[in-house]
Design a binder for this molecule. Structure first.
Ligand code: ZN
Ligand code: ZN
Length: 419
């Protein structure tokens, strides 16, 4: 029988290390082997250094002072101006089209050019956020306890109550304002949800509602709408799946249609990516600040320690998903979500610490949507501890799981069928 714990020495600093065969052996003194399978990162070192500096500067600013709403600095103003321009383009194209039809002759030529202008206007039109197809909506009467908790949360934070709750088998949890009426929707990812303790659930939800309160789901309406335009354009002018297969097999399209689409991708596609890149960097500071703000809001509502814990749990989202997938592929008498719960609670603190440090190495990117978890938990813990304003008891938390069970069963069965 293998001993549960073996001892080895760190090859770099000689510190004694405990070996747990289920997890990575690493040194918490000198970070030896902290990231045994680093992601292939093609970022040039100067840019990585710059990004680390930006993240650190923002963090220090927040740590030393009071965190308030993102101010109107030059970058934020530029982000709004750029977004405004993107949103004006379809209107401009439309007006040009109308102008051509009214004032320009011969009519056949103006008609043709106007058609082009209208086409561009149509392509660039802003879109309302839609719900994805692979989610399961749950109604108020199916999950009354969950809606009651969400309503309490919304009231405590001072934001609108949700119009709908959705469930997915992805390992995440999100909040979105859907449609042109911007109705708030919360989507709960089952594998993530299953691994959270009751108060951690409050924390994760409070973070999302915190965004709703500040109206900063991707920096508010103007920037958000510009993103919707850019997102659609990127999807349209990215290399299509078929193009890639054809290229990989060296198949030449005799009609030249591939050539045209490749030319469009190389021009418009690259241009759109460039604008998206710029907008991302302009919005970087205010986006990241909004994340920290939502974290502090979460700490206020759920208690700072629960919020920090919840962030560490979210770091285990991959592990949760894999545990669920394994349980679906090789069914036992244990419920897949129960398997997730066991897997996540068995992860030792030493392994969680390792992942936090990895987050520091990997997540400091100006195109990352969140600041590194390492810094987020540090900010929460660097402030005076706050106690919870909203407590979710274990009974109510279980009641929620019970209410979600029928939908979860349906969602998991669909996922199992697709594996
Ligand atoms: Zn060491
Ligand atoms: Zn967030």
């Amino acid at each position: 029988m293998q001993r549960a714990e073996q001892i080895t020495r760190c090859p770099d600093c000689g510190q004694q290390l405990r070996v747990n065969p289920r997890h990575v052996t690493w040194c918490d003194k000198c970070d030896w082997n902290v990231d045994p399978a680093p992601e292939v990162d093609r970022t040039p070192p100067w840019r990585r250094r710059l990004e680390h500096r930006l993240a650190d500067a923002l963090y220090r600013e927040l740590e030393s002072g009071t965190v308030h709403r993102p101010g109107w600095d030059a970058a934020r103003i530029s982000a709004h101006v750029l977004s405004g321009l993107i949103l004006l383009l379809p209107l401009l194209a439309f007006l040009v089209g109308v102008g051509l039809l009214v004032f320009y002759r011969p009519l056949w030529l103006s008609g043709l050019l106007a058609l082009l202008a209208f086409g561009i206007a149509f392509l660039l039109r802003p879109r309302a956020t839609r719900l994805p197809d692979d989610i399961y909506l749950v109604h108020r009467d199916e999950v009354p306890t969950l809606y009651a908790v969400l309503d309490e949360l919304a009231d405590a934070i001072g934001t609108r109550r949700v119009a709908a709750v959705a469930v997915t088998t992805d390992a995440n949890l999100w909040y979105a304002q859907v449609g042109w009426r911007f109705r708030p929707v919360v989507c709960i990812g089952l594998p993530l949800w299953a691994g959270l303790s009751p108060q951690e659930r409050v924390a994760v939800l409070a973070h999302e509602f915190g965004h709703g309160r500040h109206g900063d789901t991707r920096s508010g309406w103007v920037v958000g709408a510009a993103w919707s335009v850019l997102g659609e354009l990127q999807a349209t002018f990215a290399e299509q799946h078929g193009d890639r297969i054809r290229r990989e097999f060296g198949y030449e399209d005799p009609t030249g249609a591939t050539l045209v689409s490749r030319m469009l991708n190389a021009t418009i596609g690259v241009l759109v990516s460039g604008v998206a890149w710029l907008l991302e960097r302009l919005a970087f500071r205010s986006d990241q600040r909004a994340e920290y703000l939502a974290d502090l809001k979460s700490g206020e509502i759920a208690g700072s320690e629960a919020s920090a814990h919840a962030l560490e749990r979210v770091l285990l989202a991959d592990t949760s998903y894999r545990a669920m997938e394994r349980a679906l592929r090789f069914p036992t008498e244990i419920d897949p979500l129960e398997a997730v719960r066991r897997e996540v609670t068995e992860i030792p603190a030493h392994e969680i610490e390792r992942r936090l440090r990895v987050s520091r190495l990997r997540e400091v990117r100006t195109d990352a949507t969140h600041p590194p978890t390492y810094l987020r938990t540090k900010l929460l813990r660097s402030r005076p501890a706050t106690s919870a304003r909203l407590v979710l008891g274990i009974d109510r938390s279980r009641a929620i799981d019970h209410e979600l069970q029928p939908t979860a069963t349906k969602a998991l069965a669909a996922l199992r069928a697709s594996l």
